[in-house]
Design a protein. Structure first.
Length: 172
């Protein structure tokens, strides 16, 4: 590792060949998904390359690289789970909106929004305007139009979560 830290690419190749199987095996055992394991594997060696000059000789290489691997794995799982939570929430909202009688969500959900929030949502999602275009239409800044939409979406999500809880109570 010391030679690699000093720029010896042959030393990197030797480290890579010696440890790639153990690192990849660790990732496959934890993730059970080849695509994800390959993605994290690449991340680990990128981080190893970036941190190579910080390597301390008094720390054995294998525990050091596995610390990088564990941290990369944890970061990947957090990102994946956050993405899946977002997608699941969005899918539930769409399913619920499709299953309710036409206009019911509009009455209960959109009526709780301010006029500017409803208007901004209409510009964004029905008319497909950019935040800058919405700002121009509403005579405000692009950042403010983004904030209006963000607050409206959060309010609608809270209503959806509330409906989800109500639906769960009805099934028990």
């Amino acid at each position: 590792m010391r030679a690699y830290a000093e720029g010896d690419m042959e030393a990197f190749e030797a480290l890579y060949q010696r440890h790639k199987g153990r690192i990849y095996g660790f990732l496959m055992k934890k993730l059970k998904n080849q695509t994800e394991a390959e993605e994290v594997f690449q991340t680990i060696f990128s981080k190893l390359h970036i941190a190579r000059k910080k390597y301390r000789q008094d720390i054995p290489f294998l525990p050091w690289v596995f610390t990088i691997a564990r941290n990369a794995l944890v970061d990947h799982i957090r990102k994946r789970d956050a993405y899946q939570k977002h997608v699941t929430t969005s899918e539930l909202a769409m399913e619920r909106a499709e299953s309710e009688p036409a206009g019911q969500f509009e009455i209960t959900g959109l009526s709780s929004l301010t006029e500017s929030q409803r208007q901004a949502l209409d510009y964004r999602f029905n008319q497909g305007l950019s935040f800058a275009e919405i700002a121009e239409e509403m005579q405000t800044s692009a950042d403010n139009s983004r904030q209006i939409i963000s607050r409206a979406i959060r309010k609608l999500r809270k209503l959806m979560v509330g409906k989800e809880i109500d639906h769960e109570k009805n099934y028990k």
